[in-house]
Design a protein around this ligand. Structure first.
Ligand code: GLV
Ligand code: MN
Ligand code: MN
Length: 406
């Protein structure tokens, strides 16, 4: 099946009314994505196996001990709320299409190959990004992971069990990690660097350090029509000032800081809130700037809360240190693409990826496919069909090179 046909099949799954995607892990949309992937991988003759952490692996080539040094590609199928169709999904569909291209050329891998679909990459449901790769590499405690809960209080353990998984098995997977010779993730570009350079495909240098912090502002619910301003304990006030402080701190430190999720309780239009919970996402080119940014937001929100007689609790929910992708692997990929007439500029990014988490344990690399507007985590996210095809071809060349020689 061509990339265009695969894409057409995948597109309706989990699409919401406004055109964005709501493919949250362990939901019905997620199950449909997994079923689609399994069907398409099996049609290519691959053997699909879930791992202990909810990720799917579709194997091609040697089995058993022959899987040592496997060349793995893939990405994720979950989305942010009303996310674009390309983030993650492009890497998975491109991987299937690249294997199809290699098979059409009668390529037989010397090394085992696999396509991985990682779970809960966005952390949209359980709030820890790249959860599948973090569990696999042991960078999150499985007991803590099982207890993570979504906005409705459903734990990861309960959600996974309801979907037929076994949360008791969550945890580091040294056997699987030991089998990976290299991990190459293709992803839609998030940002707009490739378009002005006239390049359809780029390569990743590294990922900025980044993390998420949860801020709980607790005040006192009261009557909007009778509570005197001076008597209120309104958590909305320090929250609102914190949003502005985050913007200021980011600008002062050359960083990025975003409050994109907020829950106001109880949420009546004619009442003062009892609590406001907000999530700060902060990212910077280096850890020093990231620390300064978060420290500035913390101290501003503490001050504003005490001025408004509101209690504040700040907790880090996830953290990813800076990632430097394997230079030798990147140079090799760059050479393969250059030999085919594709110059792939090398880019740094502020977006997190499973390849970044896996890079701590195995040689990892990323290919980016041009995004003409740079917009991502939005229904406006886009890649032109011709660039998607170029991405598939680039990935096929890379896999051929890496899997074709021991
Ligand atoms: C993942 O897309 C992230 O960077 O949040
Ligand atoms: Mn994303
Ligand atoms: Mn992604």
């Amino acid at each position: 099946m061509s990339f265009a046909e695969l894409w057409q099949e995948l597109q309706p799954i989990g699409r919401h009314r406004g055109g964005g995607y709501r493919r949250y892990s362990w939901t019905a949309a997620d199950a449909e994505c997994r079923a689609w992937f399994t069907r398409r991988a099996e049609a290519l003759g691959l053997t699909v196996q879930p791992d202990h952490n909810g990720n799917l692996w579709a194997w091609w080539g040697p089995e058993g001990a022959g899987r040592a040094g496997a060349i793995v590609t893939g990405s994720h199928l979950d989305s942010v709320p009303d996310g674009g169709g390309y983030d993650g999904a492009l890497g998975v569909a491109s991987a299937l299409a690249a294997v199809e291209e290699l098979q059409a050329r009668n390529f037989r891998p010397e090394r085992a190959m696999a396509i991985a679909v990682m779970t809960e990459e966005e952390g949209a449901r359980f709030r820890v990004a790249c959860l599948g790769s973090r569990l696999m590499t042991g960078s999150i405690d499985p007991v803590a992971a099982r207890g993570l809960s979504d906005d409705d209080g459903v734990t990861l353990a309960a959600a996974m069990s309801a979907a037929g998984g076994d949360p008791g098995l969550l945890g580091p997977d040294e056997d699987l990690l030991a089998r990976i010779g290299a991990f190459v993730e293709l992803h839609v570009e998030q940002g707009r660097a490739l378009a002005p350079m006239g390049a359809a495909v780029g390569l990743a240098r590294g990922i900025w350090p980044h993390g998420r912090w949860r801020l709980d502002f607790r005040g006192r619910a009261d009557h909007a029509g009778t509570a005197r301003l001076a008597d209120r304990k309104d958590p909305m006030l320090p929250y609102a000032r914190t949003v502005l402080a985050a913007r200021r701190a980011a600008a002062e430190n050359g960083a990025l800081a975003t409050i994109g999720k907020v829950i106001a309780e109880p949420g009546g239009a004619n009442g003062v809130c009892s609590s406001v919970t907000a999530w700060l996402d902060a990212r910077a080119p280096d850890e020093a700037r990231l620390e300064k940014t978060v420290a500035a937001v913390r101290s501003a929100s503490t001050r504003y809360s005490s001025e408004c007689a509101v209690a504040l609790n700040v907790r880090q929910e996830s953290y990813t240190p800076p990632v430097h992708f394997d230079e030798a692997l990147r140079d090799r990929i760059s050479g393969v693409l250059a030999a085919a007439g594709m110059e792939a500029p090398v880019l740094a990014t502020g977006a997190g990826h499973d390849a970044g988490v896996l890079a701590a344990r195995v040689p990892a690399a990323m290919l980016f496919v041009r995004n003409p507007t740079g917009v991502s985590h939005s229904p406006a996210e886009h890649a032109d069909p011709a660039d998607c095809e170029a991405g598939v071809h680039a990935l096929a060349l890379v896999l051929e090179d890496l899997a074709g020689a021991k």
